[in-house]
Design a protein around this ligand. Sequence first.
Ligand code: 13P
Length: 251
Amino acid sequence: MRRKLVVGNWKMHGNRAQVTELLQELISSATQISQGVDVGVCPSFVHLGLVKDQLAGSKLILGAQDLNEQPESAVTGEVAGSMLFDLGVRYVIVGHSERREKLKESDDLIADKLVSAQVNGLTPILCIGESLEQRQGGVTEETVVGQLNVAVDKVGIRAFNDVIIAYEPVWAIGTGHTATPEQAQEVHRLLRDHLAELSAAVAEAVRIIYGGSVKADNAKELFRSADIDGGLVGAASLKAEEFISICKSAG
Ligand code: 13P
């Protein structure tokens, strides 16, 4: 039985006061969330230390939104996986569509980041998903399987025992147009079936979470689907009450 996982991706939002207020509300309400649900929060790099200091003893797990693919070295402005681990970070998002699009991150680079995350003891949350044009053009399956394959080819199927996959259709991110539970389930299933061709055990164990306009009022229906193991939540994770409600829907 796979444990459900809900992760808040705070993206490039918040100042110290806002982050502290959000976190305090989350920490004080976290006891309402089922023990069977894992919960993570991914603040920006500059707020990781602040959040880590306040998280002590809470059930919330610290995540980062990105890492550099290189080991600690002379790369100005970047952050190495070893630094994140040292700080207490445990999850790291790789390949978010905003980075793929705005920062032109390639599948190859993302696979290298996934390797770097694992080498440094971090659990990568690998984001994949099709654009609206790709969905309308009927190439959703080949797009998401193609993105997944580059990572599988790089690290091998066994490494996926410690990878979380986030299916995030680009057309659903920040748009309010959530994929229906049927649309999401269909893609989650095909991803799991694809992995099962390489290892039935890994496919059964790997957590595939959904992201794209997850809200308090649609989370329960999404999380009820057989192959949806939780959510990666953007905007709604910045509102404590709504995020807690989403987490409770997973329990
Ligand atoms: P929204 O929940 O704001 O659509 O963002 C989803 C996302 O990108 C999570 O990584």
